[in-house]
Design a protein around this ligand. Structure first.
Ligand code: NAD
Length: 356
């Protein structure tokens, strides 16, 4: 099959493409605008494979999206392209509305027209997989101020997004369901918890803490660090996404999560402990922890009930939080060239043809 992946140069998209090239026989078309978050160096090990193709295209550009669809004639579209960082969405929501809402609308429209023109043999193979976040559900009761049994997000939880980022993703989910209902576009949707792992852009919590610790810089923790997130190793997510894209039931939504609820402060302390062990220095890395003013509207707890994907498609994550986090810390220690290039902005300069 041919699979078009939008946002394939990003953190999760590149994990999906590495998985598709290394573990399957599918052909891949990576459609990416290469924003600050898109980095082709994350695909270096698969880019020379003859089943890999790259198109430098903005998902909001309907003419270019149409050209790519007609040229490659994919069976599956996996839509990951998005602006994805909550703090950036608070500082400047415009780009989030444009890419996450208008971009999804543009892709849906082009997919609808493309699907309508497929032959009767090709049509049953086609599916549009929209990749989304658990943040669309808002937040959940926190154990510090709730005494009952703690609920998790299920596929039936009502939407209640808190940030411009999650509101834009919620909007895109609604658009996808509307295109399925109104135009009979064959879609599947996944909503996943926080990912972590190799090739993660250093503005996100886990890589930021690892790299600041290595550089002996303060480790910033919002508020008291009591916010709870449900962490999933990115390669487990990639495997789940390909399973849903190829075998998920059309019209269905699947929640994906790792059953790894951790307070942010626990995450930071665990990274410090791993570093104390594998890269010891005279004092513990935990002495670098610095509490900073909390993010406005900060969601207090996310937790995913992933029983539907487990019971219907047989997916369970391979990594526990401890094994995945150890792998991640070791990856950053062993892949200095990747993150040094990101921190210096060199990967962007190279793309623009600007010298060092
Ligand atoms: P990312 O920010 O690392 O990557 C986004 C990619 O999309 C980049 O390669 C970027 O260049 C590309 N892109 C941005 N705007 C584009 C446009 N207009 N046209 C084409 N390409 C464009 O994001 P990520 O963390 O890999 O997340 C991927 C998807 O998964 C997003 O839709 C996000 O909402 C969702 N998601 C992320 C997480 C997480 O923990 N990171 C969890 C659940 C869901």
């Amino acid at each position: 099959m041919k699979i078009l992946v939008t946002g394939g140069a990003g953190f999760i998209g590149s994990a999906v493409i590495r998985y598709l090239i290394n573990e399957t026989n599918h052909e891949v078309i990576n459609l990416d605008k290469l924003t600050y978050a898109g980095n082709l160096e994350s695909l270096e090990k698969v880019a020379s494979n003859e089943r890999y193709n790259f198109e430098h295209v903005d998902v909001c550009d309907g003419i270019e999206v149409k050209r790519v669809l007609e040229h490659y004639r994919p069976n599956i579209i996996m839509h990951l392209a998005a602006e994805s960082h909550v703090d950036r969405s608070i500082d400047g929501p415009g780009e989030f509305m444009h890419t996450n809402i208008i971009g999804t609308y543009t892709l849906l429209e082009q997919a609808r027209l493309y699907y309508a023109n497929l032959s009767p043999e090709e049509q049953p193979l086609f599916r549009f997989h929209h990749i989304s976040t658990d943040e669309v559900y808002g937040d959940l009761p926190h154990p510090d101020d709730y005494k009952g049994e703690l609920p998790c997000f299920t596929e039936l939880t009502s939407y209640s997004p808190s940030s411009p980022y999650s509101a834009s993703k919620a909007s895109s989910d609604h658009l996808v369901r509307a295109w399925a209902r109104t135009y009979s576009l064959p879609v599947v949707i996944t909503n996943c918890s926080n990912n972590y792992g190799p090739y993660h852009f250093p503005e996100k919590l886990i890589p930021l803490i690892i790299l600041n610790a290595i550089a002996d810089k303060p480790l910033p923790v919002y508020g008291k660090g009591n916010q709870i997130r449900d962490w999933l190793y990115v390669e487990d997510h990639a495997e789940a996404l390909v399973l849903v894209a190829t075998e998920g039931k059309l019209g269905e939504t699947y929640n994906i999560g790792g059953h790894n609820e951790r307070r942010n402060i626990e995450v930071v302390n665990t990274i410090c402990k791993i570093l104390d062990e594998v890269r010891p220095k005279s004092s513990s890395y935990s002495e670098l922890i610095t509490f900073v003013k909390d993010r406005p509207g900060h969601d207090m707890r996310y937790a995913i009930d992933a029983s539907k994907i487990k019971n219907t498609l047989g997916w369970v994550p391979k990594e526990t939080f401890e094994t995945g986090l150890r792998k991640t810390v070791l990856w950053y220690l062993e892949n200095e060239a990747w993150w040094k290039n990101v921190l210096s902005g060199e990967y962007v300069l190279e793309r623009l043809g600007v010298g060092k």
